[in-house]
Design a protein around this ligand. Structure first.
Ligand code: NAD
Ligand code: MN
Length: 512
């Protein structure tokens, strides 16, 4: 049944009453066709239920796509600068609500407040950037080979776009997809990750409060196979964008290929940071701690491998491990916490299973490796920051994405060796090099097989106006961020205007 509010209080189990959130379809908040719901719990304290969300199914996807299709007929005709003004207004609304949204994000997925503030800020940055695109969306105007003929290419919207997002950047990643899509004139149906639907609701509420019409952005919550798959399969969804694991990327890519719909896949990573003998070690250690344990290691760009040249290997390890041991693990709502919990029990079990795998493979466990479950930790999915050293590049802990606070340190002989190790994995998202030698830096920029390379900074820290994405199993060649997203969410139309008043045949009617 439709209501005009996003959430209604309901008493579910214990007090205080937990908010029930509905799907957002055609500008209305509606219950799912299944009548079922699921809980969104705080991974730092699972007694805290952040909200109750709709466990939707194909019928809900169909209703949302239908609404988006009807909205597209009008939205595509609104001039792009006008569409962009609404996005600009959404940015200003998000600024006012930044602190509340950051706190709710920390509650729903655990990362520390400084980082959830950064996540909301990223949506604000993306909103300003894409609002500016409303007055650009450049296309080429070129000379024709014929006299009295005009040639240009314009960007046109694609239609209904389906979006499937992960939980680790719950507002930022939703914004990377929704904002360029709507500025370009598309309409959207988004399925947020089941661990973090609230942050997508908060983003979309800024859109509706800014005046973006009903049906332009629709939310259907639920699980991958029940909502994500029918969304990708729907024949009226003309473009699908997934950020998630490479395993799910294979499923979505396969579905999209069958009907030739546009498909953007932003997938996993196993990102290397190289530290050469001449590096500023203080900087490299600080960067490696932030890159390895920020977001509890749950970033697609997390620094999960540190490749250190032999001359500084022992010193690097000693100082890095000492720093890792001192990290303060806890509830991200406490401003002094440096590392929050794993997002859920399954992710924690995966992280712990890789500790056992690393030990079996013969890597040296220098710190961490244990679950934290005493005292205040008992209600959450916490573990110690974990460092393995003397890791062989072929070990599973050096090859597979763990997505937790587990860093593998690998020795190397020189830059050439380091780059071979860095590239010797199936992924190619981010990479980094610490050196003071500009020649080595530029050689690495050329040779690291990854979508992103940082010099003297860890593998994390993307800015919204540059292309974001990776090579090999990290994706299928598209980029989010900046102009990459405008490219994905538009279709080129080449236009020829012949004002010669006669038939001019390209390639055939050539001057004598
Ligand atoms: P996931 O692949 O488990 O889930 C991602 C989304 O896909 C979720 O919304 C999920 O419900 C949905 N999904 C799952 N199974 C599906 C199916 N069969 N059909 C349709 N949809 C389905 O990933 P996650 O655990 O949410 O996120 C972590 C992963 O995301 C990591 O691999 C990480 O590297 C990756 N990631 C990549 C980027 C990037 O831009 N490259 C950014 C962030 C996260
Ligand atoms: Mn949650």
């Amino acid at each position: 049944m439709a209501t005009d509010t996003m959430a209604s209080p309901a008493t579910v189990g214990s007090s205080p009453p937990t908010k029930v959130f509905k799907n957002f379809i055609d500008g209305e908040w509606v219950e799912s066709s299944t009548g079922e719901t699921f809980e969104n719990r705080n991974p730092a304290d699972t007694r805290d239920v952040v909200g109750i969300f709709q466990k939707s199914a194909k019928a809900d996807v169909d209703a949302a796509v239908d609404a988006a299709k009807r909205a597209f007929a009008k939205w595509r005709l609104i001039p792009a600068p006008r569409r962009a003004e609404l996005v600009f207004r959404a940015a200003e609304i998000l600024i006012e609500r930044k602190e509340d949204h950051a706190r709710e994000m920390t509650r729903e997925m655990g990362k520390v407040l400084a980082e959830t503030r950064g996540d909301v800020q990223e949506a604000i940055d993306a909103a300003y950037y894409n609002a500016g695109e409303g007055r650009r969306m450049f296309g080429p105007t070129v000379p024709s080979e014929m006299p009295n003929k005009f040639a240009m290419a314009v960007r046109q919207p694609i239609g209904v776009c389906g979006m499937i997002t992960p939980w680790n950047f719950p507002m930022a990643i939703s914004s990377w997809k929704l904002l360029p899509a709507v500025v370009c004139g598309n309409t959207c149906v988004i399925k947020p990750a089941q661990d973090t639907p609230l942050s997508t609701f908060n983003l979309v509420r800024a859109f509706t409060d800014a005046g973006i019409p009903g049906g332009v952005v629709n939310i259907v919550t639920g699980f991958g196979p029940e909502v994500g798959t029918p969304l990708a399969e729907h024949e009226d969804v003309r473009a699908v964008s997934l950020t998630g694991s490479s395993a799910v990327g294979r499923i979505i890519g396969g579905i999209a290929a069958k009907s030739f719909k546009h498909c953007s896949l932003e997938l996993g990573g196993k990102n290397p940071m190289i530290v050469l003998d001449d590096a500023n070690l203080d900087l490299a250690i600080e960067g490696g701690i932030w890159g390895g344990f920020g977001t509890t290691g749950q970033r697609c760009t997390a620094t999960s491998r540190i490749i250190v040249q032999k001359g500084v290997y022992r010193e690097f390890i000693e100082r890095y491990v000492a720093r890792a041991k001192k990290l303060k693990v806890g509830n991200g709502l406490d401003e002094t916490t440096e590392m929050g919990p794993a997002v859920n029990e399954k992710q924690l079990q995966t992280d712990l299973s890789y500790v056992a795998i690393g030990q079996d493979e013969g890597a040296k466990l220098m710190c961490g490796g244990n679950r934290l479950d005493q005292g205040n930790y008992q209600y959450g999915w916490f573990m110690e920051p974990t460092v393995f050293t003397d890791v062989d590049p072929k070990m599973r802990i050096a090859q597979e994405e763990i997505f937790g606070p587990v860093v593998s340190i690998i020795p190397c002989d020189d830059l050439e060796d380091a780059i071979a190790i860095a590239n010797g994995i199936e992924y190619g998202l981010s990479s980094s090099l610490y050196t003071k030698d500009v020649n080595k830096a530029f050689a690495a920029i050329r040779d690291l097989d990854a979508g992103i390379t940082y010099i003297n900074a860890p593998t994390i820290g993307a800015e919204v106006h540059l292309p974001f994405g990776g090579t090999k199993a990290t994706g299928n060649g598209h980029r989010e961020g900046g102009i990459g997203a405008i490219d994905f969410y538009t279709e080129w139309k080449s236009v020829y205007v012949d004002y010669s008043d006669k038939l001019q045949r390209a390639q055939i009617d050539r001057p004598e």
